[in-house]
Design a protein around this ligand. Structure first.
Ligand code: SF4
Ligand code: ZN
Length: 448
């Protein structure tokens, strides 16, 4: 079983019987080994353990009570899918509403929307879908034409935060629950710590109170849950979940710290839990004590345009400021995607080079194409792109895969590195379809 997540990190997991009985029920065979808890659990006992921890976390930090309406931000990734399912199980009577943002990311957002719709239907949780292109007239992909082209997650994060807050308010929710897990929290904590960004560290707390009246408080019921266990939970409960990566995800510094923590975990299975405990019990209180002496508390007010909180002197929130950039963005002279007909008609600018990014292309690329497998490139684009340097100035690179999905991510990253690259829309499947239609049209008798 292979699973891809937001941010471009790939997991490969296989849940198989461990050959020992479950530490809890002693009847079923264990399939999950939790080293830090010294438990080997069967599927049912693991799910119970997972749900109980979510329930305890909610109660321990008083995240919400029976009267609260809880908006759950569901992206279709393993964390938020596990969160919604576990909350429904832990609090069957709670008033829940799921919110999905369709951000208009090609080959990604529509796929996730379908997964979230399936999950909400299965759980009978009301779902609000907000389509950015339909509601606001732009997509996250449009920011590729701005100075955020290399920092798409930053712009996407600002837009998502604002929209979840706004939609939760519109839905009458008093609480917004997000799927931030233990690894996200300690990874971000280390990354922010080394950057000296203590403000971000304080935002990692399990509960963030409203910044302005009427805003929902933000809660993280998975803050004590290791990331891999979200995946186990989703797989063992056969929940609908994303099967492809976001084309804009790239190894950020947070990912590097998460990798480091994974390595430390080999020596000390408890290291992530220990770091979180020190962080919550010692470090955050220390920061909060220090703050009034060092700096004036930030004055938060509603954004002059959208009404969501901001502390910026110009009165605009992070989202509104970024959306303003789109007004001045010029559409790229070279479109990001070409139609299959452009290849069939030979109307592409010459010379061009076909880049075959399918995994199986290695050694056996398409005729007249260069094999350039996507996986290693997406892990380390700058270094891998050196292999294409000789064509950088002279050729247009036409990136192809079977569906157009992987090649889209490759084309985006090549363009960010200064290459003239385009994606074949819909991939080889669309090309084959267009070719067949054309053959058929030629064989049909001409109207007299
Ligand atoms: Fe996630 Fe970044 Fe893609 Fe937004 S742009 S969905 S934050 S990987
Ligand atoms: Zn705003």
């Amino acid at each position: 079983m292979q699973y891809a997540k937001c941010g471009g990190v790939r997991y490969q997991v296989r849940l198989e019987p461990l050959g020992v009985p479950c530490s809890e029920c002693r009847q079923e065979e264990a399939v999950v080994h939790l080293r830090y808890a010294r438990k080997r659990l069967c599927a049912a006992c693991f799910s119970d353990f997972f749900v109980r921890r979510v329930q305890r976390t909610v109660e321990r930090y008083r995240m919400f009570g029976p009267r609260d309406r809880v908006a759950v931000a569901v992206s279709g990734g393993k964390d938020s899918v596990a969160l919604l399912h576990a909350l429904r199980r832990a609090f069957p009577e709670q008033d829940l509403v799921a919110i999905y943002l369709n951000l208009g990311i090609a080959y990604y957002s529509d796929h996730l929307e379908q997964k979230v719709r399936d999950l909400a239907r299965q759980l009978e949780v009301p779902l609000v879908v907000y389509n950015l292109a339909q509601e606001e007239g732009y997509r996250i992909d449009d920011f590729l034409a701005t100075r955020y082209r290399n920092k798409m997650c930053s712009v996407c994060g600002a837009i998502k935060r604002q929209l979840f807050s706004k939609l939760a308010r519109e839905q009458g929710a008093t609480v917004v629950a997000t799927g931030h897990n233990l690894d996200d929290t300690v990874g971000t904590m280390l990354s922010a710590f080394f950057a000296g960004d203590f403000e971000s560290i304080q935002r990692l707390k399990p509960v963030l109170p409203p910044l302005i009246p009427g805003q929902a408080r933000k809660v993280k019921p998975l803050i004590h849950t290791p990331e891999i266990e979200d995946l186990y939970y989703v797989l063992l409960n056969r929940l609908p979940v994303q099967e492809c990566s976001c084309p804009h995800g790239l190894g950020s510094s947070v990912h590097r710290y998460k990798d480091l923590l994974d390595q430390m975990e080999q020596q000390n299975p408890n290291v992530k839990h220990q770091l979180l405990a020190v962080f919550l019990k010692k470090f955050v209180p220390l920061l909060e004590q220090q703050q009034p002496r060092e700096a004036e508390p930030l004055s938060v007010q509603p954004c002059v345009r959208c009404g969501e909180p901001t502390s910026s002197p110009d009165g605009l929130c992070a989202k509104c400021r970024r959306v303003d950039l789109l007004k001045h963005a010029r559409p790229p002279s070279l479109p990001l995607e070409i139609e299959p007909e452009d290849l069939l008609d030979g109307t592409l600018p010459q010379p061009y080079l076909l880049l075959d990014v399918r995994a199986e292309a290695d050694g056996h690329p398409l005729p007249d194409a260069v094999a350039f497998p996507a996986e290693p490139f997406l892990q380390d684009p700058r270094r891998r792109a050196r292999a294409l340097k000789r064509w950088k100035r002279s050729h247009l690179l036409v990136v192809v895969c079977d569906t157009g999905r992987t090649s889209y991510a490759v084309a985006v990253k090549l363009r960010n590195l200064g290459f003239r690259a385009v994606n074949l829309k819909g991939g080889l499947q669309a090309l084959e379809k267009a070719r067949r239609l054309r053959d058929l049209a030629q064989r049909l008798p001409k109207p007299s």
